[in-house]
Design a protein around this ligand. Structure first.
Ligand code: HEM
Length: 441
């Protein structure tokens, strides 16, 4: 009995190794973009392990780019991962050949988190179309953003008031804070109302995500005029396998994406302004001239061009590694003269366009004025050298909300406080500790 078990196990093992080998050789016969030489079965994993001292994916990706060029392959086992560092190739893939480069790579951990790849960011085909349409129509499109404005106004005011209270309680009248934690608290509350239509305490979040049930259908329409969770219960009627687990994953995705990136961006921008007092002063002067002493409102944004330039420049020099989510190809395609096989995993390394000297003079210098001269928007409509929200069929659906939140919070903070950096903590998870002195009114 044991003997047969051993023989069967060995046969399966050898067959799968042979299959992997055959598959690997078949792909290697194509003209894939260059990259570190792969080994059969394990791919370029030995190479990746050998350069692990590069400390971050960003550094590793930079050193690979300088060695192999703007389109390169790193084999993860038998899967080719293609990294694209070039705006023109990105335009070709995401726009001209968008239909073939818009699937999502599947890995098992994401499969679990997303209830079987059924969230906006992990799904494909009819699911993606329905989920993106739902989120744009009911939550993130212009008319819904307008309807939710009172909620955002409250969050903006609360952030300023929280900081004022901390300053008032301090002996020297200056608030010393980890800005990210102050902002996160208020933005999260706002996003929770958007998601569930109810005011919730933070310690309930975990419970909600685990026990999503009837009671969350009870969101108060008068607070938001609709909430994301409610829209998902409507979709349940269209898709038979749209169960509570899928709804939980979708709400978790919405919560995460809606508050995390914007909070990081606000923290990052304020740290940059502390490092560049001349830019900070110029921004303050603009706000003072256009808005005066009343609170900045979203309707002021079109009249604050320098603010817009500061926010775009901050996204350009974004330090956390800006990449697309992993795309996957639905069939064999040509890109930049190379073969990109079916089911290849494709990453668009957006930050490398943003720091490319071909497109930007002194790319590592924080200089908002460049955006007054070139006036590039965040969706790459003029060219793809600036693309913080990616592009094409998987473009970030939250770009408008993200830009509103970042712009108004930064404007309110600069208008109300004088800022100074205390300590630039290396670990980005911890954020930047800043001192905020209320400006005299
Ligand atoms: C500074 C703020 C933000 C930045 C820089 C950002 C950037 C991005 C990027 C680069 C992608 C990947 C697109 C691709 O794979 O090609 C993405 C996807 C996504 N973002 Fe954002 N985002 C931001 C804010 C938001 C907000 C506020 C939301 C609101 C809910 C959001 C929701 C999403 C979703 C759902 C996806 C997946 C889209 C899909 O796969 O079809 N993001 N974002």
């Amino acid at each position: 009995m044991d003997f047969f078990l051993v023989i069967t196990t060995l046969t399966v093992l050898v067959a799968s190794i042979l299959f992997d080998w055959w598959y690997f050789l078949k792909l290697r016969s194509k003209r894939l973009p260059p990259g570190p030489s792969p080994w059969p079965i394990v791919g370029a994993i030995p190479y990746v392990v050998s350069v692990r001292h590069e400390t971050s994916t960003k550094k590793m990706s930079q050193s690979l780019q300088s060695k192999y060029g703007k389109i390169l392959t790193v084999w993860l086992g038998k899967t080719p991962m293609i990294f694209i560092h070039d705006p023109e190739l990105t335009y070709d893939a995401l726009v001209k050949q968008g239909a073939y480069f818009s699937n999502r790579a599947k890995n098992s951990s994401m499969g679990i988190i997303s209830s079987g790849w059924r969230t906006v960011g992990t799904s494909e085909g009819p699911w993606t179309v329905a989920l993106r349409k739902n989120v744009m129509t009911h939550m993130l499109g212009p008319s819904r953003l307008k309807a939710f404005k009172p909620l955002r106004d409250r969050a903006y005011g609360d952030i300023v008031n929280d900081l004022r209270s901390v300053a008032a309680a301090a002996e020297d009248g200056v608030a010393q804070v980890n800005l990210r934690s102050v902002v996160v608290n208020r933005v999260l509350r706002f996003v929770l109302v958007l998601t569930f239509g109810v005011e919730l305490e933070e310690n309930l979040i975990q419970e909600i995500l685990l026990n999503l049930g009837e009671r969350f259908r009870l969101g108060d329409e008068s607070i938001t005029g609709g909430n994301y969770c409610e829209t998902l219960f409507q979709l349940e009627k269209e898709f038979p396998d749209f169960n509570n687990s899928v709804i939980t994953s979708l709400c978790a995705e919405f919560l995460n994406t809606a508050f995390f990136t914007a909070t990081l961006a606000i923290d990052h921008t304020m740290a940059l302004l502390c490092d560049h007092p001349v830019v900070n002063e110029k921004l303050y002067q603009e706000i003072e001239a256009v808005v005066g002493r009343r609170a900045v409102d979203e309707s002021d944004l079109p009249n604050l061009p320098y603010l817009s330039a500061v926010v775009r420049e901050s996204l350009r020099v974004w330090k956390f590694g800006l990449m697309s989510l992993p795309h996957a190809t639905s069939e064999l395609r040509k890109l930049g003269g190379y073969d990109i096989p079916t089911d290849a995993v494709v990453f668009f390394v957006l930050e490398s366009f943003h720091l490319d000297p071909t497109y930007w003079s002194e790319p590592s210098v924080f200089k908002p004025e460049r955006f007054l001269e070139n006036d590039l928007d965040v969706l790459g409509t003029k060219n793809f050298s600036f693309l913080p929200f990616s592009a094409g069929r998987r473009v970030c659906p939250g770009s408008q909300l993200g830009m509103l939140q970042i712009s108004v919070v930064v404007a309110c903070l600069v208008q109300t406080f004088e800022w100074e950096k205390v300590l630039n903590v290396k670990n980005p998870e911890i954020g930047t500790v800043l001192r905020a002195r209320p400006r005299s009114v």
